[in-house]
Design a protein around this ligand. Structure first.
Ligand code: ADP
Length: 479
């Protein structure tokens, strides 16, 4: 995996992990909040039941026509009500109680009568008198309402506001414990006479969070991303292989097309000549006197067929690099004579004169006859094409001479010459400026010359025309 896709995979994993972790965290928070709410409600119900019980006791006492004395009553009530610290009443305005009369009691009784229900008379932040309209009063200790152990174990901190400061009923998490998210809920107790505010808080400390689930999700998401990355890689690899196979197939087709076009280009000439010669022979066949002409046409036709066969075998040799081009000392005069025999009728038809001058008689180029013939034939054909639109002198001159260790043929014409921008691309396959051209002639000449350790070059002539030179090693010259 390259560094970029590794970084991308890590980012993907991070995003996936964070989204999942947030969801898990949120679920956990919702669960914790739900549990906290339920536990707090249970505590509120437990405390409320006790306060309602106080009202019931007071109502029962008020209903008694001959109530027992508070000193006797207290010991019988206390075991069932540990929060009860004392009780008493005011029959005829005189206090009778298990403990002393609290200050402010008559006013509290008056208030209770006005409200028609018991009222509280706080002593401190835990103890309070509950005073009924009948004058019966209970001294209660809020600390003893519910034993701490009876509260739901999930509760952390619980306070009850009887007086100031609020009374702590549970204190499992000290105020400055580790920082964390705090859940808080405040509710008044259910009895109308003792509507003390109960407040429950719970801090979600780090250990309350779902670390195991997060860790498992981190591992699972990493596996998921790694799996997805591997799958994507294998898909990309398969695509790459497909693409490579497609390109290779296209390249093979391209080469094949190039080859086919090249072969067609080269074979066109001899096949056209064979057709022309055999048609001429057919026309002359019935005339006894034309027998020599028929023979000549058939011979020429056979010569062209041999040339076509030679071209094909050369092509085969070219695509089989193991078979080296033949080297033999060639006779330039014979070579050009054969070329002229083939091309002159067509050139004459186009009004083109072909001349040959051997400046170094006796010198012999080393090479393959068919390949060299093909090169010269192509150069002459190109020169003829260049002369097609020329008014005035139409002349192609072929010259041969020894130059250093080489034998050099030059094919010059009086055409328009080669455009400056065409010059560097002349020998590239498929470069052509002709509407009917395939741009393979010069590329093939270049390949053929190279296969004989020769080279081909082009230049413009002054005042007009182009000159192509083919240099081949010279027989007898020191290498
Ligand atoms: P084609 O003949 O199919 O165009 P070639 O490879 O034989 O392909 O020639 C490539 C190009 O070189 C031609 O299109 C032409 O522009 C240029 N060229 C070749 N020979 C001559 C010439 N004698 N004079 C001017 N331009 C030439």
């Amino acid at each position: 995996m390259n560094p970029l896709s590794r970084a991308r995979a890590v980012v993907c994993w991070l995003v996936l992990f964070l989204v999942g972790a947030l969801w898990i965290g949120r679920q956990e928070y919702v669960d914790q909040h739900e549990r906290f709410f339920q536990n707090t409600s249970v505590a509120q119900r437990m405390l409320s039941q006790k306060t309602v019980q106080h009202e019931a006791v007071l109502a029962t006492l008020a209903a008694l026509s001959h109530p027992p004395s508070p000193e006797r009553l207290y010991p019988s009530l206390q075991p069932a009500m540990p929060q009860l610290l004392g009780l008493g009443h005011l029959p005829g305005g005189v206090w009778a109680g298990s403990i002393d009369q609290p200050p402010g009691l008559p006013a509290a009784v008056e208030r209770a009568r006005q409200l028609g229900r018991p009222v509280t008379l706080p002593i401190d932040n835990a103890r309070y008198w509950l005073v009924s309209p009948s004058g019966w009063s209970l001294l209660l200790d809020a600390r003893q309402l519910v034993p701490a152990a009876d509260f739901p174990p999930g509760l952390a901190n619980l306070t009850l506001t009887v007086g100031q400061p609020p009374l702590a009923l549970l204190d499992k998490q000290p105020e400055d414990a580790v920082p964390g998210l705090t859940l808080a809920l405040q509710k008044p107790l259910g009895a109308a006479s003792q509507p003390f505010q109960m407040r429950s808080t719970r801090k979600l400390t780090p250990d309350a969070w779902p670390w195991t689930a997060w860790l498992a999700w981190a591992a699972a998401s990493a596996l998921l991303v790694a799996g997805a990355a591997a799958w994507q890689r294998s898909r990309a690899e398969a695509r790459r292989q497909q693409e490579q196979a497609r390109l290779a197939a296209m390249a093979r087709l391209g080469t094949l097309g190039e080859m086919a076009a090249g072969i067609a280009h080269e074979l066109n000439q001899p096949l056209t000549a064979i057709l022309a010669h055999t048609r001429a022979a057919e026309r002359l066949l019935d005339d006894e006197e034309e027998r020599p002409a028929v023979r000549h046409a058939l011979l020429a036709s056979a010569e062209q067929a041999r040339r076509a066969a030679d071209i094909i075998s050369r092509m085969r040799a070219l695509v089989q690099p193991s078979s080296p081009a033949r080297r033999e000392a060639l006779d330039p005069d014979a070579l050009v004579a054969s070329l002229r025999f083939l091309s002159e009728p067509e050139l004459a038809r186009q009004g083109i004169r072909l001349s040959w001058h051997n400046a170094s008689p006796g010198a012999r180029p080393l090479g393959d006859r068919v390949a060299l013939e093909q090169i010269l034939h192509n150069l002459v054909q190109n020169a003829a094409d260049a002369l097609a639109g020329v008014q005035g002198t139409r002349h192609i001159s072929i010259e041969g001479r020894a130059v250093d260790g080489d034998y050099q043929f030059s094919v010059s014409d009086t055409g328009p010459g080669i455009a400056a921008d065409a010059m560097p691309r002349l020998f590239a396959p498929f470069y052509t400026t002709r509407a009917q051209g395939m741009g393979l002639g010069l590329a093939l000449c270049d390949t053929l010359a190279g296969s004989m350790d020769g080279r081909i070059a082009a230049r413009n002539l002054s005042p007009a025309g182009a000159c192509f030179t083919v240099s081949l090693p010279r027989a007898g010259a020191a290498a």
